[in-house]
Design a protein around this ligand. Structure first.
Ligand code: GLV
Ligand code: MG
Length: 322
């Protein structure tokens, strides 16, 4: 699958579900999220990891996931769990899995190692080679410094994900409240550089940029405030840890209805004005608004996000009379 077709899928809300908890796994199948990831890493206790691999295989093969993107987060390469996580899950349920999430990625070699392992398993068990994607979590200073090469490390990479909790620990940020501004930092946004760095690497490689968790699960206003920042920059979605966060994520990471309608109108107006019927004009007009190639590109982005999220337009383009 080409990078562009991978990146067209909507990932507004990415639900984290502990792989060791069959009740939560069952419940996630009824939630209105774009993606579910079944976790073998930090939401899964060391002694529960082996059993969780099999719980996950069973859930992927027998669960009803609808059109949700199905992802499994394995343990990172500095542990001894990674290869068995990947082998057990992909051999057991590779046909029913969209991507592997690799946490704490530090350099391109770690992505390439996962790519090679996936390719061997796909060939061995007869799966389409290259279909399973990779989601790379940036969770420490080394990962961020190397994010460009990580994003370009394999055609399987679909998303670059900010992992704020581990990242805050990695850089010694003076706060325990994930995603919120550290006390004493009273100017700007302490996460701006990290978010922008990830976004640039993602966009330069046609990947999606995903924001990580907000741990105060009952504080939906706090979630909205923090999510609103990365959504405004252009991020494609955010993790959700609790059903109460889902509606906010789905709303914030898709265009507003007005913007979506406007984008579709711009595209129609541009097509019409540049057609023979519209006189093949270079500069198009939508009412009093002038549309050029750059505004068309902006409209294409909004329209693609809206369409991927299943939005429907509420305005119809009428060619100007006379
Ligand atoms: C997510 O994995 C995080 O560390 O924030
Ligand atoms: Mg983490």
């Amino acid at each position: 699958m080409a990078a562009t077709s991978r990146s067209l899928r909507s990932r507004r809300s990415c639900m984290a579900v502990p792989g060791s908890n069959p009740r939560f796994i069952e419940k996630a199948q009824g939630l209105p999220v774009d993606q579910v990831f079944l976790d073998l890493e930090d939401a899964c206790a060391p002694l529960a990891k082996e059993g969780a691999r099999h719980t996950i295989v069973d859930a992927l093969n027998n669960g009803d996931w609808g059109d949700r993107i199905r992802v499994v987060r394995v343990n990172d390469w500095t542990t001894h769990w990674t290869y068995r996580d990947v082998v057990t899950v992909v051999e057991g349920a590779g046909a029913n899995l969209d991507a592997i999430m690799l946490p704490k990625v530090q350099d391109a070699g770690q992505v390439k190692a996962l790519d090679l392992l996936l390719t061997q398993i796909e060939k061995t068990v007869g799966l389409e080679v290259g279909r399973i994607g990779i989601e790379a979590q940036i969770e420490n200073a080394r990962g961020l410094v190397n994010v460009d090469e990580i994003a370009a490390a394999s055609p399987r990479v679909e998303t670059i994900i900010f992992g704020p909790a581990d990242f805050m620990a990695s850089i010694n940020m003076k706060s325990l409240v994930v995603g919120e501004q550290p006390p004493g930092y009273d100017t700007g946004d302490a996460y701006h550089y990290i978010l922008m760095r990830i976004l640039m690497a993602a966009r330069a490689n046609d990947l999606q940029a995903i924001d990580g968790p907000y741990l105060q699960i009952k504080d939906v206003e706090g979630f909205r405030r923090v999510a609103g920042r990365s959504a405004a920059l252009g991020f494609d979605g955010k993790w959700v840890l609790h059903p109460g966060q889902i509606d906010a994520a789905n709303e914030l990471y898709q265009p507003t209805q007005a913007d979506y309608d406007h984008a579709e109108m711009i595209l129609d107006a541009y097509d019409w004005c540049t057609s023979a019927e519209g006189g093949m004009k270079g500069a198009a007009m939508l009412g009093d608004e002038m549309i050029d190639e750059a505004s068309r590109k902006m409209a294409l982005v909004i329209s693609a996000k809206g369409r991927a999220a299943g939005m429907r337009r509420t305005r119809k383009f009428e060619p100007p009379k006379g």
